[in-house]
Design a binder for this molecule. Structure first.
Ligand code: NAI
Length: 249
C-alpha cells in the first residue's frame, strides 16, 4: 500500500520548486493533491502535468496565502473535490533580501505576511477540518535554516522562518489531542529559482559551508515532507527537522 493512498493533500506555493517536488512525491505515493499558488494559471498547468504521472489525482487553485478568505476557500475546495483533508503543507514563500540599512518596511512586512501570517492561516484552516475527522491529519511547515542561525541580509526572512518554528510547536500542543500533527522542516541551500536568484559569490560561499559539499535538490526535501505527511512519523509532532547537508551556519 502506498504511503498516502486515498489521502488528500494541499501544498501551497506548489507551481514550482520545492512545492512542486512535494506535489510529485505525494501523488506518486497515492495522494490526491491540490496545487495552490498565487499564480493560478501555473498551478493549473502543474496540476495538469501531474495528472497521469502518479497514482493520485491533482487539481490547481489560485490562492494568496496571506489572505484568510483565499485560504478558507482553498480548504473548502479540497474537501468538496476530494472529500476531506489529511495533509497540508505550508510551503509558499518569497525573499526580499537586503541589509537593514536598505530594507524598507514594506519589504519586511511582505515577507512576514507571506511566510508567517500565511503559515498561521494555513495551519488554522487545515486544523479546523482535521480536528473534526476521525484520523486527524498532518501539517508540515517549511521553515528554513535561516530561521535557526540567522543570515545577514535576511532579517525579515530569518524572523519569519523562526516564527514558523514557534507556530509549529504551539499549534502541535493545541491540536495533538485530535491526532493532528504539526511539524516543520528547515531546508538548507536547495537548488530552485529562489536560490538561483542569489548573487554567484554568495551562492558559492554557502556551498562551501555544506559538509556534503553540494546544494540539495527539491526532491530531497520532498522525501522528508512525505515522511512527515505519512504514518511513518505517527509519533512525531512539534518537531523541526533540519535538511541541510550538515550545514549549521
Ligand atoms: P520558489 O520561489 O521556487 O517557489 C515559491 C512558490 O511560492 C512560487 O511558485 C510562488 O509563485 C509561490 N508564492 C509566492 N508568494 C505566494 C503567495 N502569497 N501565495 C501563494 N503562493 C505564493 O521557492 P522555493 O525555493 O521552492 O521555496 C519553497 C519554500 O522553501 C519557501 O517557503 C522557502 O522559503 C523555503 N526554503 C527554500 C530554500 C531554498 O534554498 N530554495 C531553503 C530554505 C527554505
Amino acid at each position: 500500500m502506498s504511503l498516502l493512498q486515498g489521502r488528500t493533500a494541499i501544498i501551497t506555493g506548489a507551481a514550482q520548486g520545492i512545492g512542486l517536488s512535494i506535489a510529485e512525491a505525494f501523488t506518486a505515493a497515492g495522494a490526491n493533491v491540490v496545487i495552490a499558488d498565487i499564480d493560478g494559471a501555473r498551478a493549473d498547468t502543474a496540476a495538469t502535468h501531474l495528472k497521469g504521472t502518479g497514482a493520485g489525482d491533482s487539481a490547481g487553485a489560485a490562492c494568496d496565502v496571506s489572505s484568510a478568505d483565499d485560504m478558507n476557500a482553498l480548504v473548502e475546495l479540497a474537501v468538496s473535490r476530494f472529500g476531506g483533508l489529511d495533509v497540508f503543507v505550508n510551503n509558499a514563500g518569497i525573499t526580499r533580501d537586503a541589509t537593514m540599512r536598505k530594507m524598507s518596511e514594506e519589504m519586511f512586512d511582505q515577507v512576514i505576511s507571506v511566510h508567517l501570517r500565511g503559515a498561521w492561516l494555513g495551519t488554522r484552516a487545515a486544523a479546523n477540518v482535521m480536528r473534526e475527522q476521525p484520523g486527524g491529519g498532518s501539517i508540515v511547515n517549511i521553515s528554513s535554516i535561516s530561521g535557526k542561525v540567522g543570515l545577514a541580509g535576511q532579517t525579515n526572512y530569518s524572523a519569519a522562518k523562526a516564527g514558523i518554528v514557534g507556530l509549529t510547536k504551539a499549534a502541535a500542543k493545541e491540536v495533538g489531542f485530535a491526532n493532528v500533527r504539526v511539524n516543520a522542516i528547515q531546508p538548507g541551500l536547495i537548488r530552485t529559482a529562489m536560490t538561483e536568484a542569489l548573487p554567484n559569490d554568495i551562492y558559492e560561499s554557502r556551498v562551501k559551508d555544506i559538509p556534503l559539499g553540494r546544494a540539495g535538490e527539491p526532491s530531497e526535501i520532498a522525501q522528508v515532507a512525505l515522511f512527515l505527511a505519512s504514518d511513518m512519523s505517527s509519533y512525531m509532532t512539534g518537531a523541526v527537522l533540519e535538511v541541510t547537508g550538515g550545514r549549521h551556519t
